[in-house]
Design a protein around this ligand. Structure first.
Ligand SMILES: Nc1ncnc2c1ncn2[C@@H]1O[C@H](COP(=O)(O)OP(=O)(O)OP(=O)(O)O)[C@@H](O)[C@H]1O
Length: 255
């Protein structure tokens, strides 16, 4: 069996008396796309932060390419993982004070790896991949629509040609047509790179489109996982309620 690129094993995380993650086991193979669905406050973002090393699990481990990120020379291993990882944050999270091209090539510019002129050229090439023209390279994020900002965020996530990309609610705040176009670009660009991806969302159209596989988190555990095209017929009453957006069922609405 192929070694997973990313694996979370028995990950626990609590805040005081609040147990958010209660033994999360999940992995993603090279070149595969995993979408994690779950209701508000179920710990999706906390899980993502643990996977990225931004939060330390209380118990359990995170492996990147088979290497534990919580034991041994963790700082070096974390750095190595982050260099090989791209991220599209919820809301785009662009730097308002930097023009679009510097946002896209931020890591290459600031990692001292590239001359400014080369970084700008790479940014413009990458913007083209997300169907944005060179005319926006010198604009600032506030001058762009929400959909364009997401495209810039996607361009930034893929600019370093990562092996693994995290997508945190990639279509939040977009109309359904723009959201669909962003999802198409996400699929196209991750497949072109041959990268693995882990996305978290509660938007089912996005989950169906982006995911090779879908997993559901509930009460701090992965309660179901399967091929994306089986999510409507999972045989799991929790998944069924979530997928069909029913207020009544075993999951209580988060109010
Ligand atoms: N740093 C923190 N300190 C205390 N509690 C936290 C912290 N981070 C998250 N939590 C709590 O952990 C729980 C899960 O939060 P998380 O943001 O992971 O949910 P989520 O599934 O991503 O929700 P949503 O879909 O609404 O974004 C919440 O109850 C939240 O208040």
């Amino acid at each position: 069996m192929t070694e997973p690129l990313l694996k979370l094993e028995g990950v626990h995380k609590s805040f005081g008396p609040k147990h958010v993650l209660n033994g999360v086991d999940i992995d993603v193979a090279p070149g595969r796309s995993l979408v994690i669905i779950g209701g508000s406050g179920t710990g999706k973002s906390v899980m993502l932060k643990c996977a990225l090393g931004l939060m330390k699990p209380d118990k359990g481990d995170v492996f990147f390419n088979g290497e534990s990120l919580t034991t041994g020379k963790t700082a070096k291993k974390q750095r190595d993982m982050l260099e090989r990882t791209g991220m599209l944050f919820q809301g785009g999270a662009l730097f308002d004070s930097l023009p679009v091209w510097q946002n896209v090539s931020f890591r290459l510019l600031h990692g001292g790896k590239m001359k400014r002129s080369d970084a700008k050229e790479l940014a413009i090439d990458t913007l083209k991949k997300v169907r944005l023209g060179s005319d926006i390279a010198d604009l600032y994020p506030s001058e762009l629509s929400g959909g364009m900002q997401k495209r810039v965020g996607l361009a930034r996530a893929i600019a370093t040609k990562p092996e693994l990309i995290f997508f945190d609610e990639p279509t939040t705040g977009l109309d359904p047509i723009t959201a669909d176009a962003i999802n198409d670009l996400i699929v196209e660009q991750t497949k072109t790179l041959g990268a693995s991806s882990v996305s978290i969302t509660h938007d089912m159209p996005s989950a169906r489109k982006i995911g090779d596989e879908i997993a559901m988190i509930f009460e701090g555990k992965i309660i179901w996982r399967g091929p994306a095209d089986t999510v409507d017929d999972s045989g799991n009453e929790y998944v069924d309620q979530f997928v069909h957006g029913r207020a009544h069922g075993p999951i209580q609405p988060a109010m």
